[in-house]
Design a protein around this ligand. Structure first.
Ligand code: FE2
Length: 377
């Protein structure tokens, strides 16, 4: 390492952090039809074609399409035959996030640090190479059957990684301004939240930055508890939810029932212009949760003045919240798969570092209205 190229805070961070993580590398979703899912994420969410693996690249078991938007990369993977672990995963959980891949400088070291602290191995460090160099990858299990892969790519100059070729497509709809993964939320079983909080503390070196309990997050029916874990440089934030006792079935229990276990509940993606992004997403058919119009009668009393006009926020259903450091704008899609499990959040931060606690009540009541329609409340 050339110390002259490193600024002081980075050195300090790394000294404190036994598992330095540069950011989210990719998210891999196991889906029943990767080809059609890739088309959906392009046409509806503004992703671009990026890389491909399948029969044409010598992969006779799985087909994967990689789509990209700024720093966000999604791999959509389906089996090409019966009896695969991917197929079994889809049969049990439906479509969902299997891998949250983390970009590291040393995937072997990350694996050693994690497994020596008690992580369950998913994949021992493995070097894979092609004409463009090599990557090293390794993996550990987190909640449910979800996996963290560590990806070391400093010696690789190809499109994505060995085993993939560039995916050229004549169909390239415009991006919608999604920039990077802001946070990813896991739903875990009743009583399991603290187990996974400890996992992220002990195994990954994360710290808890926020905690909510059922007094913060409850409606007439729904209650949940949540703790937010962050890595040392704050680029990776994982809120962990567990259900709390409520009068009826909470949205977290609904998720756990339909996903048949713990898993990723939502992927929050950041934009610099949420009004523009959500307008485009809506025009392309993405469906969002709605809060009642009365939310907007009092929102400015609650959050104070904001840069945006309230009218477009109301028309689009965008929510606002404020903390000590600033404010944020956010909106949630309806579930994107047949089962009421995974969804997306679109978020624009204007200083705020929190997660929209002031919107939880309105939001959960909106989710409950949808649960009622599904007969799962
Ligand atoms: Fe969120």
């Amino acid at each position: 390492m050339n110390l002259l190229t490193q600024d002081i805070p980075k050195i300090y961070e790394e000294a404190q952090d036994f598992m330095p993580i540069n950011g989210t590398d990719y998210l891999e979703l196991y889906v029943s039809n990767a080809k059609q899912a890739a088309h959906f994420y392009k046409s509806a969410f503004g992703f671009q074609s990026f890389a491909y693996s399948g029969l044409e690249t010598g992969n006779t078991e799985l087909e994967s399409y990689v789509v990209i938007q700024d720093k966000i990369r999604l791999i959509l993977t389906s089996p090409l035959k019966s009896g695969t672990s991917v197929g079994e995963h889809i049969d049990k959980h439906g479509d969902g996030v299997k891998v949250i891949a983390l970009w590291v400088d040393d995937a072997t070291q990350a694996y050693k640090e994690a497994t020596s602290r008690g992580a369950r191995s998913f994949m021992e460090p493995q070097k894979i190479e092609d004409d463009h160099g090599h990557i090293v990858r390794s993996g550990i299990y987190t909640y449910g059957e979800t996996v963290h892969m560590f990806i070391e790519r400093k010696e690789y100059e190809g499109v994505f990684m060995p085993g993939f070729k560039a995916w050229e497509s004549d169909y390239s709809p415009e991006h919608v301004g999604l920039k990077f993964v802001d946070h990813m939320v896991g739903n875990v079983e009743l009583g399991a939240m603290n187990t996974w909080v400890e996992f992220y503390e002990k195994v990954m070196g994360f710290t808890q930055i926020i905690s909510f309990d059922d007094k913060d997050i409850s409606t007439e029916y729904t209650a949940l508890m949540s703790k937010v874990m962050s890595n040392g440089n704050g680029r990776i934030k994982f809120p962990i939810n567990e259900p709390a006792e409520g009068r009826k079935k909470s949205q977290i229990e609904e998720y756990l029932d339909f996903y048949e276990g713990a898993g990723v509940q939502h992927i929050a993606v950041a934009t610099d212009n949420i009004i523009d992004t959500v307008t485009q997403l809506r025009n392309r058919g993405v469906e969002f949760l709605r809060v009642p119009d009365t939310y907007y009668d009092v929102v400015l009393d609650r959050v104070g003045s904001i840069d945006e006009d309230i009218q477009p926020l109301k028309e689009l259903g965008i929510l606002v919240d404020r903390d000590d450091e600033g404010y944020l704008l956010q909106i949630f899609t309806r579930p994107v798969n047949p089962r009421p499990t995974m969804f997306f959040e679109i978020i624009q931060r204007k200083g705020a570092t929190s997660f929209g606690k002031g919107n939880f009540k309105a939001l959960f009541e909106a989710i409950e209205r949808e649960q009622e329609l599904r007969g799962t409340l």
